[in-house]
Design a protein around this ligand. Sequence first.
Ligand code: UD1
Ligand code: UDP
Length: 359
Amino acid sequence: MKISIILGTRPEIIKMSPIVRELENKGLDYFILHTGQHYSYNLDKIFFEDLELPAAKYNLGVGSGSHAEETGKMLIGIEKVLKEEKPDIVLVEGDTNTVLAGALAASKLHIKVGHVEAGLRSYDRTMPEEINRVLADHVSDYLFAPTEKAKENLLREGIEENKIFVTGNTIVDAVYQNLEIARRKADALNKLNLSPGGYILVTAHRQENVDVKGRLKGILEGLGLIYNELNLPIIYPIHPRTKKKIKEFGLEVPNGVELIEPLGFLEFLQLEANAKLVLTDSGGVQEETCILKVPCVTLRDNTERPETLEVESNVLAGVNQDKILEGVEKMISKQRNWNSPFGDGKAGEEIVKILIGGI
Ligand code: UD1
Ligand code: UDP
């Protein structure tokens, strides 16, 4: 059996890492195909280093562009590699353009597709991620749903039950495998002169937020309001997309908000685990805060991670500054006694076990 892991962005590298680790442990035949959707050192290579992953056998170097440019170039490059390598199965993870291209190229070549993190739905088609995940799910042969809720979403769309496996989310594995290493190795608190519980952490990079001037302005104003109320430093490792848009729109970064370069996984995990509270529009960060028992305020109007709202580790605040402050006031002194719904940290092992048994 030959497995092709297709990935291209920061969250895919992180969430595929437990599967790669397990494939290595089991000595299975696999290779990594990197589309090159992310290519800056701190969105790409740093994660291969932090997570001690083997280098990709192929890197298509697709880079940035419009959705069609990125997806189209990926389709062409992926098809070529898959025709040469002839894997039995392709694994994709999540909801990026890389996932759509990988799933589509493989299925047209009649290669089996396994979708890791299948069945998530925001039911908001204005988000490119929603389109990618729906399409990937419907051409997949193995749907690795992280939760029962995700499985129910798939069943409601008519996907056969025998294709769906509830495995937990590989992000739990990644957090468990790396938290101790982060405690030993990461130096972000010292470097930034922060004390545990003495700061707020922010990430925001989603297209529907940062490409719209009014929404990005609302987020920045919300951060300013929080600083005025709480007087805690606000640390914002900024995605290059957001950095570019702040400049392009001529927006001001409020007093108290410290923009820093994106961090590697170990340093980010350390900052996340020790934060008083996290604000984000990221999918992975909503999950990680839930796992790490750190309260989260999500800067979106909906989420495909409703489990976090149910266990009350997370609230939706949108991008209005008053609503953001309201969300922070609600969550900041919250009892951290919820249980994570994302599994036991063995999703990577479980997925590989299913693949070995199933092909
Ligand atoms: C992509 C995913 C998003 C995911 C995010 C993870 C899609 C549609 N979006 O968004 O779901 O949450 O990755 O971080 O697939 N850029 C760089 N260096 C890089 C990569 C990008 O500077 O290595 C800049 C470029 O200006 C580029 C912009 O970021 O135009 C957007 O990059 P792109 O990969 O298109 O989307 P992301 O916003 O990263
Ligand atoms: N992350 C990181 N450094 C950062 C910001 C985020 O390592 O500076 C990690 C974070 O721990 C999480 C992942 O990146 O595992 C989330 O990726 P992102 O927010 O880019 O994408 P999304 O999850 O929204 O698709």
